[in-house]
Design a protein around this ligand. Structure first.
Ligand code: HEC
Length: 258
């Protein structure tokens, strides 16, 4: 290649005056050592890419993403957990110096410094040396970064409450109770709003607990039906006192068979 002296330029100094036609070079001088970018190399790249793409497609079809139960905004005990490749960031914001009032440190400052340094590395480290042992700073910071990522990921895995996580992904199944849908009490239940939240078989729903095997007296249930409890709104029962008696008796009768 001609460079510097003897090279003629047009107005734009990057374009040589002697333009060469865009014909691939003759590579026969170096058999097996090199090849034309277009189409030989690109075709190979594309074929490898296609194999991976189809592989990923098959993998996602065979293993659909695991889903937990329907999101429940009233469940304040839910512990969200990021995917494994973000666990180190997740762990970082659990430390006192990086959480609460110092959240900005864990969320922006530390990751910003780390990834910013990675971004600026080609500009900061301009030495011609390529061997890792001759570049103590670049190598040192990189090893430090890798060690930190591994340590934080490991730490987040061992400190996570996996037993609780196992439970929160599931609908808690109540004890098996036979529901007699012909019973008078059930007719009252189904005729009221109760069924919308507590479910067709009183099994509970995403936002309401099951109504089987309760430790409540009929009077307490009648009170709840009128006045609500906790997050259950009041005035859910709209009917006669007689029917409410039947409903309360019915709910208290729902006990698992011994
Ligand atoms: C809007 C949804 C909704 C409707 C409608 C509703 N409930 Fe509830 N119910 C709840 C929620 C939510 C709770 C849990 C409240 C809490 O503990 O914070 C609850 C709790 C209860 C409890 C206490 C359960 C326990 O484990 O102690 C009883 C009994 C009950 N409901 C009966 C009824 C009856 C009877 C009706 C119909 C008249 C009814 N509910 C209608 C949402 C509802």
């Amino acid at each position: 290649m001609k460079r510097g002296k003897g090279m003629k330029f047009v107005g734009d100094s990057r374009i040589s005056a002697e333009r060469k036609p865009n014909i691939p070079k003759d590579y026969s001088e170096y058999p097996g050592k090199t090849e034309a970018f277009w189409p030989d190399f690109l075709l190979k790249e594309w074929m490898v890419g296609a194999v991976f793409l189809i592989g990923f497609l098959c993998l996602t079809a065979a293993h659909p993403a695991p889903l937990e139960r329907i999101a429940d905004p009233t469940d304040t005990g839910y512990i969200p957990m990021p995917d494994w490749y973000f666990l180190f960031l997740y762990q970082l914001i659990k430390y006192q110096f990086a959480s609460g009032p110092y959240n900005i440190i864990g969320v922006a400052v530390i990751p910003g410094l780390a990834f910013g340094a990675l971004l600026l590395a080609p500009f900061l480290d301009r030495g011609p040396e390529r061997r890792a042992s001759k570049r103590p700073f670049a190598t040192g910071f990189m090893l430090l970064g890798i060690a930190a990522v591994f340590y934080l990921t490991w730490e987040s895995v061992v400190t996570h409450d996996w037993a609780a996580a196992e439970q929160q992904g599931k609908i808690v199944e109540g004890p098996e109770v036979e529901i007699d849908q012909e019973a008078e009490g059930y007719q009252v239940y189904a005729g009221q709003s109760c069924i919308n939240c507590h479910g067709e078989n009183l099994e509970g729903g995403p936002a309401a607990p099951p109504l089987v095997n309760l430790d409540l007296s009929p009077d307490e249930i009648k009170d709840i039906a009128h006045n609500g409890v906790g997050t259950m709104p009041a005035d859910q029962y709209q009917g006669s006192d007689e029917d409410l008696d039947k409903l309360a008796e019915f709910i208290t009768s729902l006990k698992p068979e011994e």
